[in-house]
Ligand binder design. Structure first.
Ligand code: ZN
Length: 269
């Protein structure tokens, strides 16, 4: 009896199975996913697309395949949380490639981005998510320079972080989670990673970035606690086999927060 026109009625047309499978096949986070979870993810992605407004810019034409790519990667974060974690905003803007925002777009509080200039993605507090399609398509692509690089997971992790204000690496924790445990795990890992990036940077002139390439997560995580949370969220879903040994306490906190265990899925695969 609930409205069949409502965004949250849960009756958005289910994404075509063939389209869903071809779009999601290469994604690392799909490894070992039980069929039942895959079905729930597809349903969630269908509802996500019914509730968000996509727009393309700079001549890009968004295809249904591209919609599915973005949706699948966005909803993996909330598979066990629910779509209402993405409430309060609706626009997803897609550029063909990386973009350099106008100056007026970068001086407000709460705007965070993936790389400095040009940008692969941005998430605005209370506003849109902006994505470079070229970067969206890199996820699951073996040619991707950084394994586990995932701009969609990254920007949507910022969105979760922003649910309690400007992004700072502290999303709203669930009842029963310990703020002290979260803070302890993340502060220690962030400090350690900072040191490792500094050490790798110092070698860079002679080793051509080899040490940076061997870090367990993207060095961009050392930018700030907010970026650290977004990058470890990418790693949690994409390369848990690298994140967990490097930062087991962070992995444990993310497992409690996302209510998923990608490493266990992987082991069962
Ligand atoms: Zn970021």
């Amino acid at each position: 009896m609930f409205g069949w026109f409502g965004k949250r009625a849960g009756n958005a047309p289910l994404l075509d199975e063939g389209l869903w499978e071809s779009a999601t096949l290469p994604y690392l986070f799909m490894r070992g996913m039980p069929p039942g979870d895959g079905d729930r993810l597809r349903k969630l992605a269908s509802e996500f697309l019914a509730g968000k407004q996509f727009s393309a810019t700079h001549g890009l034409e968004i295809t249904p395949f591209m919609h599915v790519q973005v949706a699948a990667q966005a909803v993996i974060l909330v598979l066990e949380l629910g779509l209402d974690w993405y409430d309060g905003w609706s626009d997803i803007i897609v550029y063909p490639g990386q973009f350099a925002p106008e100056r007026e777009f970068v001086d407000e509080n709460g705007i965070v981005h993936q790389v400095n200039d040009p940008l692969a993605g941005e998430a605005w507090l209370g506003g849109p998510v902006i994505l470079s399609y070229e970067d969206v398509a890199l996820a699951g692509d073996e040619r991707s320079r950084v394994a586990g690089y995932n701009v969609v997971i990254h920007e949507f992790a910022h969105k979760l972080d922003m649910l309690n204000g400007a992004p700072n690496g502290f999303p709203p924790l669930h009842k029963g989670m310990s703020l002290a445990a979260w803070k302890g795990a993340f502060s220690a890992a962030y400090d350690d990673f900072h040191r490792r990036v500094d050490a790798a940077d110092a070698l860079e002139p002679s080793d051509g970035g080899a040490a940076l390439g061997e870090l367990p997560i993207d060095p961009y995580a050392a930018e700030s606690p907010a970026e650290f949370f977004a990058v470890v969220s990418e790693a949690f879903f994409e390369t848990p086999e690298w994140l967990e040994p490097a930062y087991p306490a962070v992995y444990g906190q993310l497992r409690e927060f996302y209510r998923q265990d990608p490493l266990a899925r992987l082991a069962a695969a």
